[in-house]
Every structure is written in structure tokens, then in C-alpha cells.
Write a protein of this length. Structure first.
Length: 188
């Protein structure tokens, strides 16, 4: 009887180990990073900073914070836009204070695949630093020719993971002679 019980126990343990191995497939580093990116929706706050410059001249600046609520997000911050030459003020500043149901505006669509990056990219358990190949910009950001109003060059993506969460993401590129920088900072 004891022998039978020991054999059954060993069989159950082997079955449990095999089920656990099948249920937990190993993800690649890029799949884990994509998963971390998709988990941004669990962040308590998402700070989005956008800057567009040409040389030392700022054309546009936006700092907006998405704060999670029970029904969506409170969005607060400001936008600063360069006015045309005839305006009395050099810039127009608009305060942002609204509520939205999702943070989709703060979190651009992104699809990560190592084949999309130029050689020399850095991918580790703590993040990514890569330049996107020109022919894959639309795939990475899920955009179309219609979405891209001006050519996009030298697109870089940097992602930093802290405590198994995506903490910061930085996107930079050149568009029609202007340098565009988008920085997302998340707290969980």
C-alpha cells in the first residue's frame, strides 16, 4: 500500500511539473518587453511630454499627466504652440483639464519585433535602445501613409523597465526638419 501511494505521489508530481512547463512557455526578451508595454494601462499615472524643435527653436511643447480614476483618467497639463508671425504673442498656451475613458492618447500603438531594428540595438531585461529601420516605421507604430503627414527619419525607441514594469519610454525622430521627442513616464 505504501509503495502504491509513493508511486501515485511521484506520478502526480511529474504530471504537475509537466503541466506547469506546458502552461508557462518561455517568452523571448522582446515578447516580455511588448507585454510590459501593453501593461501601461495598469499604471496609476502616465506623464506624456512632447517636444518639437528646429535647432534651438521650440515649435511645440506639451506636458500632460493621465491619472487613473474609477471610470477612466483625469488629464491635466498644458500645451504650448508657436503662433504665426502676425500674432501678438510668440506662443499660445492652452491648459488641459479633462476626463477620458482610456489612456489611448498617452500610449501610442507600438509593435516590437527585433527584425524592425537597425544592427547594434540593445535589448536586455531592463529595456531597449534601438533605431527603427525606415521601412518598418509604419509597422512599429501601426500607422498608414495617411497618418504620416511628413517623412519620418532616424526614429529611435528607448524603453526602461524597473521592478518588472515599463517605467519610461522615449521616442525620438526627425520629421520635415524638426526634431520630435515623446517621453512617457509611468508610475504604478
Amino acid at each position: 500500500m505504501k509503495k502504491r501511494l509513493a508511486i501515485l505521489t511521484i506520478l502526480f508530481m511529474l504530471a504537475a511539473v509537466m503541466l506547469a512547463a506546458c502552461a508557462d512557455p518561455k517568452l523571448t526578451a522582446i515578447e516580455i518587453l511588448q507585454q510590459r508595454y501593453n501593461d501601461i494601462a495598469t499604471a496609476k499615472t502616465i506623464k506624456q511630454e512632447i517636444t518639437i524643435t528646429q535647432g534651438n527653436f521650440t515649435q511645440y511643447e506639451s506636458t500632460v499627466t493621465y491619472t487613473k480614476t474609477e471610470s477612466g483618467y483625469n488629464v491635466t497639463g498644458s500645451e504650448k504652440r508657436l503662433n504665426d508671425a502676425n500674432a501678438e504673442q510668440m506662443y499660445s498656451v492652452t491648459q488641459v483639464n479633462e476626463q477620458v475613458s482610456s489612456a489611448s492618447e498617452a500610449k501610442p500603438t507600438i509593435k516590437l519585433d527585433e527584425s524592425y531594428f537597425e544592427e547594434g540595438y540593445r535589448l536586455t531585461e531592463t529595456g531597449l535602445a534601438a533605431t527603427v529601420k525606415a521601412e518598418y516605421v509604419k509597422e512599429v507604430f501601426g500607422t498608414t501613409d495617411e497618418d504620416l503627414k511628413a517623412p519620418t527619419n532616424n526614429l529611435t525607441v528607448e524603453m526602461d523597465v524597473t521592478d518588472e514594469h515599463l517605467a519610461t519610454m522615449r521616442i525620438g525622430y526627425v520629421s520635415d526638419g524638426s526634431n520630435v521627442t515623446i517621453v512617457l513616464t509611468m508610475s504604478y
